[in-house]
Write a protein that binds this ligand. Structure first.
Ligand code: LLP
Length: 429
């Protein structure tokens, strides 16, 4: 249940064991809260399940989901590696003290500067997305006297059955090199011919917010088939296989519940059987969860600023945040659970559109939500906002980004302070 154990003795919303309305009054709104212990627990699920399922394994946090020092430090302490997709994310991982050896540098259009920055900083592995990057990396690594370890990003030709903007495994994806067309083999041959490059394995990520076990099994299947065929053709056997991220999380009660530990054990069983059958040694298995590490650790709280009823039409609740701090409804029509921290038990008998603060009709948090009768000054909380909210936030309408307040045991502290107008203006000359 998404809404299990959410009420404190006073009948108000609690999150990470703390009273949301007290916190919201203390820190102001809009505000993101993050449950540190939940992040740790989510990391442990992966760590444990992968250690049980495989002889050698490493979960890697996809930092694009929420790239702040405090979170990166927690996941690193929990023994996860970190995936970065830009020099900016790498910079943050460095500030957080993440061991560079456990960093995996992604991205489909890395510039020479980014590649140079990664090599200089001793990034463990580049996940090379195509031949242009491979040649640039070989040149730059050569100039710096480094033999760079890499994984090759391949496209296994799998449809993850998720929303189009986050599907990446299909043949026509902008990411990786397709297996089906023979280009992956040419890519591997080229990589193996470069003395500045050490090929450690392959990577595939087919999509995000995926609930079907079959998708992960099919990905493993396609990758193992490629491993087998390259062993037979070229005598090359990779040490590592990275199966990407993508396990779905529940935003609303109607979303399916995915038991990630169970899913991992099923994939592991399949990989072990398949490797035994093909007489392959099981490679070290990596997975790259982002959303399922941080999404349910996040909660955003807003204040209602305006209530509007259009007779025979819509009821609007307009709040002090929206697409600038959470663009996911505007972008994908993403569903969220909306609660009223101080009015949890009032009848939800008014169907509302929760409108945002920005000057755009599409700025909405959610539509058609049954809500209690609220007025200006009431609080509204949106659950499961830990992933792809802060990291995709903008300053549209020069709205300052909300702070991130960490909740850890009985403590709360500001991990990222609220942005100011001065911050927004600071880069103008
Ligand atoms: N690895 C790679 C190579 C990825 O591209 C991604 C996500 C992940 C791992 C992590 O996937 P996750 O476990 O978080 O599903 N902005 C979209 C999500 C974009 C995901 C991009 N790649 C959203 O808000 O839903």
């Amino acid at each position: 249940m998404i809404c299990e154990n959410i009420q404190n003795r006073e009948g108000r919303l609690q999150f990470a064991g703390q009273d949301v309305s007290v916190l919201a009054r203390e820190y102001g709104t809009p505000v993101y809260f993050l449950d540190a212990e939940r992040i740790r627990r989510n990391c442990r699920v992966y760590k444990h399940a992968m250690n049980v399922g495989f002889e050698r394994a490493l979960p890697i946090f996809a930092s694009k989901a929420l790239c702040i020092k405090h979170v990166l430090a927690i996941v690193a302490q929990e023994g996860l590696g970190v995936d970065v997709v830009s020099a900016g994310e790498l910079y943050m991982a460095k500030l957080a003290g993440v061991n560079m050896e456990n960093i995996f540098f992604h991205g489909c259009s890395k510039s020479d500067e980014e590649i140079g920055y990664g090599v200089e900083n001793g990034v463990g592995y580049f996940i090379v997305d195509g031949e242009d990057e491979l040649l640039a990396l070989a040149r730059i690594a050569g100039e710096k006297g480094v033999r760079q370890k890499i994984l090759l990003r391949l496209t296994p030709g799998i449809d993850p059955h998720t929303f189009e903007a986050v599907a990446t495994g299909q043949l026509d994806s902008k990411f990786g090199v397709p297996i089906e067309t023979g280009q992956a083999e040419a890519f591997l041959r080229l990589a193996l011919s470069l003395p500045e490059i050490q090929v450690c394995g392959y990577h595939a990520h087919v999509g995000s917010q995926v609930f079907e076990s079959q998708v992960f099994r099919d990905t493993a299947d396609a990758m193992l088939a490629f491993i087998g065929s390259m062993r037979d053709k070229l005598g090359f056997v990779p040490q590592m296989l990275n199966l990407g991220g993508g396990y779905g999380v529940r935003y609303v009660e109607s979303d399916p519940y995915l038991d990630i530990a169970w899913e991992i054990s099923k994939v592991a069983g399949y990989i072990r059987r398949r490797c035994a059958q093909d007489k392959l040694q099981v490679p070290m298995i990596l997975m790259e969860p982002g959303r399922s590490i941080v999404a349910d650790a996040g909660l955003t709280v807003y204040t209602v600023e305006a209530v509007k009823a259009i007779p025979g039409s819509k009821n609007y609740l307009c709040v002090d945040g929206g697409m600038a701090d959470n663009p996911r409804y505007a972008l994908y029509g993403a569903a969220y659970t909306v609660l009223t921290p101080e009015k949890l038990n009032m009848p939800r008998d008014l169907v509302c559109t929760i409108g945002g603060h920005c000057c755009e009709s599409g700025d909405m948090i959610q539509e058609n939500v049954p809500m209690p009768r609220l007025s200006r000054g009431d609080l509204v909380a949106v659950l499961t906002t830990g992933a792809y909210n802060y990291s995709m936030a903008s300053n549209y309408n020069n709205v300052p980004r909300p702070p991130i307040v960490m909740l850890d045991g009985s403590r709360s502290y500001v991990a990222v302070r609220r942005e100011t107008y001065e911050d927004i203006a600071a880069r103008e000359l």
